[in-house]
Design a binder for this molecule. Structure first.
Ligand code: SDX
Length: 433
């Protein structure tokens, strides 16, 4: 698919001269001014800190409507996918652009199962991380290192794509579980051939030689839903990082490792862990909501209501709606009551009725409730962003593939407006004051 160039054009008047810039429109009516030739025609670049108004590419992977609160992967509403699919089914959809039929899904599952182990030499890497090492730092190191164990997959970006993408999706799960086991000093638990993607992850995370872990279907269902809801999200910070690093021609493992590092940030995927810290702080401070809402509104206070606000959504994040509902379901099924969920509910209610948040269109985002569920599943908070990465991996890979398939792709290299010193005469060391 491609965008359409509309008949009319944007007129730009600079120093008495009029330039005509093409107007383009996407499948769902999203509009853009094509400035591909702006510098050559006008001698001007654009300036847009944080790329708030800038489209970096065309894409067919995910559609977001920030005002309408719509999220679709390859045209399918997130609500339908979260309700009816397995995570691996949605991963296939993102990678191949269509929902798999039964035979395709079975073959995909088999391939994922085949790649579940990591090279035994990689397991020794874990012996050299301190026990308190951040699981996100371990994840990016280990994923980056995969290119040393599968160099054949690093050369040509799209050759053997099916194998490379499936290998990554399978192994990231094993690396994540192994990093958790090492951090608590427990023996590694290897994947089993008879368990599904999510079931195997839970098995590797929580099984113990002295107390076997029973994989409960309800928990598998909850985990499938959470991973689906995180699977892609258009050109967010980490996806843009994967594209930018990938555009230099580096192997997929290095591009994905870069995405993992971008996701780690507390303004991005790291927010799910920061939300739990915030809720615990408020709970420990006698649930003094007024104090923290005021801190969040105070420009001079660095405290922010983490899990709230979004660059694109100016309404309730559709993923947060689904996760909030799933919180109730899974806590009921597990017969868990979590006081932090009540804190989250109350915080949301206060914020959504406060002028400051209303004026700025600040609503709960995907990270506000997800940690409550991960916690109920027994996943420690320092693994929450790792869980985000497990979900987001198929999206990163799909976007990386799309970039390499697009003939218009060039190495990403933004410009700048220089505001430093004008030319200065060099001063030899001996003459400097
Ligand atoms: C993710 O991009 C994606 O798609 C990301 C993601 C994905 O799936 O990939 O959806 C995942 O990263 C979700 C966001 C997780 N981060 C957080 O929850 C951190 C808390 N949120 C904020 O830091 C902020 O809302 C951002 C980073 C999410 C968005 O920042 P923007 O778009 O740059 O907006 P901004 O910082 O310019 O805020 C606009 C105004 C400012 O106030 P004024 O200067 O106008 O007075 O809103 C205020 C901000 O101070 N504001 C907040 C706030 N978020 C914005 N004030 C208090 N608490 C907040 N959370």
């Amino acid at each position: 698919m491609t965008y359409t160039t509309t008949a009319s054009a944007a007129e730009l008047k600079i120093n008495g001269k009029t330039y005509h810039l093409p107007l383009v429109e996407g499948t769902m009516g999203d509009k853009a001014i094509d400035i591909s030739n702006l510098l050559r025609e006008t001698g001007y670049i654009t300036l847009d800190s944080g790329y708030k108004n800038t489209g970096s590419c065309t894409s067919s992977v995910t559609y977001l409507d920030g005002r309408g609160g719509i999220l679709r992967y390859r045209g399918y509403d997130i609500e339908d996918l979260a309700k009816n699919c397995l995570f691996v089914e949605v991963a296939y959809l993102l990678l191949h652009g269509k929902l798999p039929n039964a035979a395709e899904l079975e073959a995909f599952k088999q391939l994922i199962g085949r790649f579940a182990l990591i090279h035994e030499d990689m397991i020794h890497f874990f012996d050299h991380f301190p026990s308190h090492a951040s699981p996100m730092s371990i994840l990016s190191v280990m994923v980056n290192s995969l290119c040393n164990f599968y160099p054949e997959m690093s050369a040509n970006p799209l050759e053997d794509f099916d194998e490379t993408s499936t290998r990554l999706i399978s192994k990231i799960r094993t690396i994540a579980a192994f990093s958790y086991k090492k951090s608590i000093g427990h023996p590694l638990v290897y994947p089993r051939h008879d368990l599904c993607y999510c079931g195997n992850f839970l098995h590797m995370m929580f099984d113990k030689p002295v107390r076997p872990y029973t994989v409960r279907p309800e928990i598998v269902t909850a985990l499938n839903k959470l991973l689906i809801l995180h699977a892609d999200h258009e050109q967010n910070c980490s996806t843009s990082t994967v594209r930018l690093v990938g555009s230099a021609g580096v192997n997929i493992y290095a591009a994905i490792a870069a995405g993992i590092n971008a996701l780690w940030g507390p303004l991005h995927g790291g927010a799910n862990e920061a939300v739990l810290d915030m809720l615990e702080t408020i709970y420990a401070d006698d649930s003094n909501f007024e104090k923290y809402i005021n801190k969040a509104k105070d420009r001079n206070d660095p405290f922010r209501l983490t899990g709230f606000g979004h660059r694109v959504y100016k309404t309730y994040d559709p993923r947060a709606k689904i996760i909030k509902k799933a919180c109730d379901e899974i806590l009921r099924v597990l017969n868990v009551s979590d006081p932090l969920l009540d804190i989250a509910y109350k915080l949301e209610e206060i914020a959504l009725h406060d002028e400051y948040f209303i004026e700025r269109n600040l609503y709960p985002n995907v990270d506000f409730y997800s940690g409550i569920i991960y916690r109920a599943l027994g996943i420690p908070s320092n693994m929450f962003t790792v869980m985000f990465a497990l979900g987001r991996l198929p999206g990163w890979i799909a976007q990386w593939k799309e970039m390499h398939e697009d003939p218009a792709t060039r190495i990403g290299r933004p410009r700048q407006v220089y505001i430093g010193e004008p030319a200065r005469k060099f001063i030899p060391l001996a003459e400097r004051p």
